[in-house]
Design a protein around this ligand. Structure first.
Ligand code: BGC
Length: 350
């Protein structure tokens, strides 16, 4: 079968390889890959800036935004079921969080991640997954199932916001989502589903992003962030760009008891001058909280599947702005101005 592989830490090593078909072990499903979402993390790995190969191996099969169809079922699964594989696996110790099933909160950093850290990913025509780490999707989601994983990331972020908010009286009304990429827009979707007044900020003034935000019933902004924050004083900022300066603007610009949830991974090595006293003063005097949120556990996969099930299918399909066949995989890693989510087609004709 064909698989998209890379040598971590080696820029330019991405290629489509022919590798042996995987054989499911006990308790594992054999899955035909249908599609794979490509995200910023995949691009970082392809640029040689992130990622770890499986121990003793040079190449890693890339891909963690999975979607496929069961060929050989086990347990409760049936042939033909649409499934997504979970990204992270608990550390081997395991730490307390991993032992409790909250591997997204791993404390010792020895977790592994499919397609990212030490285990092959889902970017192949066939893949296997432990039935315990597979999530079944409603057949209605056949064209958009690869959006589940990014949705799990925002399902976790929203859960964290809710839990932090509940430390005192909490009735949030308004959220500003910074960044109208897939994470931002899916975060906005979940905000709208909760009945919040959702605002989305991005730099672009036309193309699919403003349209997609407005189609959700959210308000789209492209003015400077300080101006938008000043006018809105949001209860919550869901940050999905990873742009350092924006993170600090968000921390200073929420309303009282504000929560800023950071989901974007920034490039390192860029410095920024910040008035730390003002940031500290703001956080203390307003009981503000800043939380970082990464990855997702099974609870978030279920919440995300539920959220996608309630979303408008046409809107979800609109997030997928480009589909690239596996043999042209490199094209999916080149940004074009109007991309929201680029998807690799794993099941197309050769
Ligand atoms: C993935 C997460 C993963 C993180 C860090 C993200 O792109 O969605 O599942 O934990 O990268 O490796």
């Amino acid at each position: 079968m064909r698989a998209l592989t890379v040598v971590p830490e080696q820029p330019g090593s991405l290629r489509v390889d022919t590798v042996p078909d995987p054989r499911p072990g006990p308790g594992e499903l054999l899955v035909r890959g249908l599609a794979l979402g490509v995200c910023g993390t995949d691009k970082e790995i392809a640029r040689g800036e992130y990622g770890w190969a499986p121990p003793g191996r040079e190449r890693l099969v890339l891909g963690h935004e999975s979607f496929g169809q069961v060929l050989e079922p086990v347990g409760d699964f049936a042939e033909g079921d649409l499934v997504v594989g979970v990204v992270r696996r608990p550390d081997p110790v395991p730490c307390g969080a991993c032992a409790a099933g909250e591997f997204d909160m791993c404390r010792n950093g020895r977790y592994t991640e499919r397609g990212i850290k030490e285990i092959d990913g889902y970017g192949s025509e066939l893949w296997t997954v432990e039935a315990d780490y597979a999530v079944r999707l409603d057949p209605r989601l056949r064209d958009v199932g690869m959006l589940l994983e990014p949705t799990t990331v925002v399902a976790k972020a929203w859960e964290q916001i809710q839990r932090v908010g509940e430390r005192a009286w909490f009735e949030p009304k308004r959220v500003l989502v910074t960044g109208a990429g897939p994470i931002g827009l899916l975060g906005a979707l979940l905000g709208v589903q909760q009945g919040l007044d959702v605002h989305v900020l991005d730099r672009v003034t036309d193309g699919p992003k403003p349209r997609l935000a407005q189609a959700l019933g959210a308000t789209y902004h492209h003015e400077p962030v300080e101006k938008v924050l000043g006018a809105l004083e949001p209860d919550i900022v869901l940050e999905a760009t990873g742009v350092g300066s924006l993170v600090f603007d968000a921390m200073a610009g929420t309303g009282s008891y504000g929560i800023v949830c950071l989901t974007g991974v920034s490039p390192t090595g860029r410095s920024l001058t910040v008035d730390a006293g003002t940031v500290n003063r703001e956080l203390v005097l307003e009981n503000d909280v800043v939380i970082g949120s990464v990855n997702a556990n099974l609870r978030h996969y279920r919440a995300a599947a539920d959220a996608l099930g309630r979303a408008d299918l046409g809107w979800l399909a609109g997030l997928v702005t480009r589909r690239v066949p596996l043999d042209k995989a490199a094209d999916a890693f080149e940004a074009t101005g109007d991309d929201v989510k680029v998807v690799l087609d794993l099941a197309g004709e050769r």
